[in-house]
Design a binder for this molecule. Structure first.
Ligand code: 5GP
Length: 138
């Protein structure tokens, strides 16, 4: 039973403006675009967050994402764009099914605005943190 709007779209129970589909991936126009050509790319696998996605589904997305970006750029004339991928409500995820936004950025400023407040990386903490993350990957 579909439990998110994207699951319903995958199941054909809700409409979308589809731009790409294969056996593992679907891409369609965002219903509330923040710029012209704003497109969503989703796995058919029902994972909520990116890290929960299987390797096979991750690979399938990775294989077609740049190709869909090229098509969006060619269709819209945009040159610059952002890929946005939100995980969790606090990180602005509203639809609890993994999705990648392709958001063209135009000269008029339309597209993604980014609030980014960088702080200098602390050298001591960085060494420990990198070691810890690397250990988790081992
Ligand atoms: P999030 O904040 O979860 O990363 O983004 C979810 C996106 O899904 C939003 O940009 C929103 O406009 C889009 N969206 C939500 N419901 C629908 C729908 O029914 N159809 C389409 N095409 N997009 C949707």
């Amino acid at each position: 039973m579909a439990d998110t709007i994207f699951a319903k779209i995958i199941a054909g129970e809700a409409p979308c403006h589809r731009v790409f589909e294969d056996d593992q991936v679907l891409a369609f126009l965002d219903i509330f675009p923040i710029s012209r050509g704003h497109t969503l790319v989703i796995p058919k696998e029902p994972a909520v967050r990116l890290h929960e996605l299987s390797d096979a589904s991750s690979a399938a997305i990775g294989a077609v994402l740049p190709r869909i970006c090229r098509a969006v750029l060619r269709a819209t004339g945009a040159v610059d764009y952002n890929i946005l991928q939100n995980n969790g409500a606090a990180a602005h995820q509203a639809v609890m099914h993994v999705h990648f936004h392709i958001i063209p950025k135009y000269a008029d400023g339309s597209g993604l605005g980014v609030g980014w407040k960088p702080a200098k990386l602390d050298g001591d903490e960085a060494a420990a943190l990198a070691t810890s993350i690397a250990a988790m990957l081992a």
